[in-house]
Write a protein that binds this ligand. Sequence first.
Ligand code: DUC
Ligand code: ZN
Ligand code: ZN
Length: 451
Amino acid sequence: MTASFDLVITGGQIVTPDGVVSGDVAVTGSTIAKIGTDLGPAAKSIDARGKWLMPGGIDPHAHIEQMSGMGVMNADTFETATRSAALGGTTSVISFAAQAKGARLADTVADYSARAARGAMIDYAFHMTVTDTDVADFETDLAQLIAAGNRSIKVFTTYNIQLTDAQIIATMKIARAQGALVCVHAETDAILSDAKAALITAGKTAPHYHAASHPRMAEIEAVERICRFAEYLGQPVMLFHISTSQGAAAVRAARARGAPVWAETCPHYLFMTEDILRQPGLEGGKWMCSPPQRLAADQDALWEALDAGDLQIVSSDHAPYRFDASGKLSNGPDAGFPDIANGLPGLETRLPLMFDAMISQGRGGPEAFARLTATAAADIYGLPKKGRLEVGMDADITLWDPDKSKTYGANDLHDNVGYNPWEGRTIKGWPTDVWLRGHHIVQDSMLNAVP
Ligand code: DUC
Ligand code: ZN
Ligand code: ZN
């Protein structure tokens, strides 16, 4: 009998937009051709009995091959970051084309596109990080880049790369005219500067003071302000990495008023608290990120906000720095918290952590998992062929073995960071196989892809 399909994955629990279906998924070329039972012959067949089929993860917030605000280069190239993402069940990533001050945006996007084309093993898109609106041809460049398909802009309110409120509003107006989304790192610079200066004056510079240097009021004030800008202009905004209960409440209130805002949080806010920063010497620097991890009550509020739909996405905010002189310790072994690069790796661990919590431990279930880790990002960032197991969509599929457990080790990730911030944590449920547009890029937990 001639094969009707290139691939049929049989007998799995398929998480579709219409709910969980027991059956088979057939793939022709790069596309999902059919979902049902007894789908007929295929060139290749995979037995998925006892397994879950999920849409390949979409991680819409990852820093790759990028210079930090402090001038430290990420540990990951597109090659190392995307192989790590694939092995963690993720098939698409949105990283940053980060404008250096004085650089033209068009050059910036061309530069990052070349880096990604050289190394990426999964699908990708960019947020255009705007740090300097005074460069030549800024408005024309931005409008043209949006028209060319770069439909997300990122701005900061702090980190020495912030725009002024007036510049944020002007950028949002260009976005509005061209139909782009604006993503915001929202923490108020004046509050952060004040808190940091007080800690330095008091000689409190160990890594655990990083938490106190980011008062929750900085997030609350900036999130509320940016939501008001969105409301004033009618311009859609994504609030990145909400970490506090009050930040989530501010988003909820804005959405209730009809403001066009969305928001995300990250696993390190859902599963870690600020106590993680209390380690001997500079060791706590491994977990330093901005905003910092918060309190158990914030974790509960963030989960409630995800359940209620106030927050729509769980991203990784993958920001990879080695714990050595090339990264976290680039200002020496005695650096204080202000001189330690912020960020932790997360591309590979985001989905296993969420699967373990949401499916193995039952906190939300499979449909919510698919929505928070793939579908919502496809919808919000405009990736029409991604994020759903549905006929006609890209065959981006992750096969999960719910019975496979693993305890993370000290250095068992496939990025280039050299430590796993989740060392010692046991995960139940593992992404054993991944297809990207029909290509079997992870096979029995082994990478089967090249850049
Ligand atoms: N915070 C960010 O906002 N981006 C990268 C790393 C970090 O900790
Ligand atoms: Zn940020
Ligand atoms: Zn970030």
